[in-house]
Structures are given as structure tokens and as C-alpha cells.
Design a protein around this ligand. Sequence first.
Ligand code: PLP
Length: 226
Amino acid sequence: MSIEKNLKKIRVQIPENVQLVCVSKFQPNKAILEAYHLGERIFGESRVQELCEKQKSLPGDIQWHFIGHLQTNKVKYIVPFVDLIHAVDSFRLLEEIDRNARKIGRVVRCLLEIHIARESSKFGFLPEQLIEMLKGEGWKNLHNVQICGLMGMATYTDNQTQIRQEFRNLKLLYDQLKDSFFSNEASFRELSIGMSNDFQIAIEEGSTIVRLGTCIFGERNCTVIT
Ligand SMILES: *Cc1c(COP(=O)(O)O)cnc(C)c1O
């Protein structure tokens, strides 16, 4: 199926209040431009070097989201242009993003990654850990990051009940944190859940951002990089 046909099929399934991030990791610039010319502006990448190369050679009005695990020593490369960092999984990383953003006078939007899956990802805060961090006041002094919500990945499984339960738990946590720590922060409003195999469930459970790769671009060829 073509990118155009795939996008047509997907767009009708995504409500207006849910943002589509086209996950373009391992996809060539040609594929990104095809989606761009069909109207897409938000693209997600998971590796710093690949993102930086693509950002330099593709249209300037693309909003680049970093969706992968981010190492603190690579923060400086993406802070100048990144629109949203999805997977902040430690206070140290948040501090490092803040420090780099302050140097260049930017405020960088971030999501906190929660470990919800039983096995899929080893990254992310445990809910208790995150609550501990938020109880500490340290994060409030980081004026060059804006915490916009939570991100999570469900277990990679065919068990839809399990996926739904994981998303539901994350939405409950999101509501609880919003109430306890961000009730005056209008910008805390995003829940980044849903990938190609589970985005319909994620939308039903309250997703505001879905991250779709395979169902738009087809299978990734992980050995060929643009
Ligand atoms: C690769 C990736 C996606 C997209 O996965 P698909 O199954 O191809 O839709 C979404 N989120 C993250 C964090 C990813 O690494």
C-alpha cells in the first residue's frame, strides 16, 4: 500500500483533538517528503544522529519529535530545534535538557515516560518514582523545560485486554498527577500513547498523541539509513 492510501485510511480514525506523529525512523527522506506533501508536519525520530541529519535536509516547518531513549550526552544536539521530547525518564535528563535549553534561550517541551508495559521497554519512570520526583520541588526550578504530559508504551502483545488495561492505568496516573501537581498548568495536557498495532485502543482510552510508523510507511528497513 502507498503512503497516501495508508494516510487516508488512518486519518479517518484519528479524532481532531488527537495529534498524529508520523514515526519516520529508518525511513528515507523521500518517504518523509511524500507524507509532508500530503500535509503531514509532525515527524518522530528515535536516534539523535539520524534526526539531526534529517532536520538539516528537510523542510524547516517540520515539527520534529524525539520519541526514543535520549542519552544525556546527546541532548545538546537536538535542543536547538526539537519540538517535543517524548521519553524523559529521569530527573537528571530533565535537568540536562533544561541546562542546554537555558544556554540558547529556549523552552523545550517534554513528556515524562512511564514504564507501563510488563516487558516491552526497560525505560521509563515507575509511577512511585515519578511521584517522588514531583513531590521534590527541584523540577519547579527548571524554567527551560515545560512538562506537557506523559508518554508510555504498552506491552507488545495480541492481548487487547492487557493493552487496554495498561493504557487505562496510565490515564489514571495522568489524571492523578494533573490534579496533584499540575492543576494550574494548562500545558500539562498530553498523553502520548498508541502505536500502529494499538492506536485505536489508545484513542479510546484518552490518547492525545499517537505515534505511528509502520501503518503509514510500511515495514522499516533497519539496515538502510537514508
Ligand atoms: C518506533 C516507535 C513507534 C512507532 O512504531 P510502529 O509500530 O511502527 O507504529 C512509536 N513509538 C516509539 C517510542 C517508537 O520507538
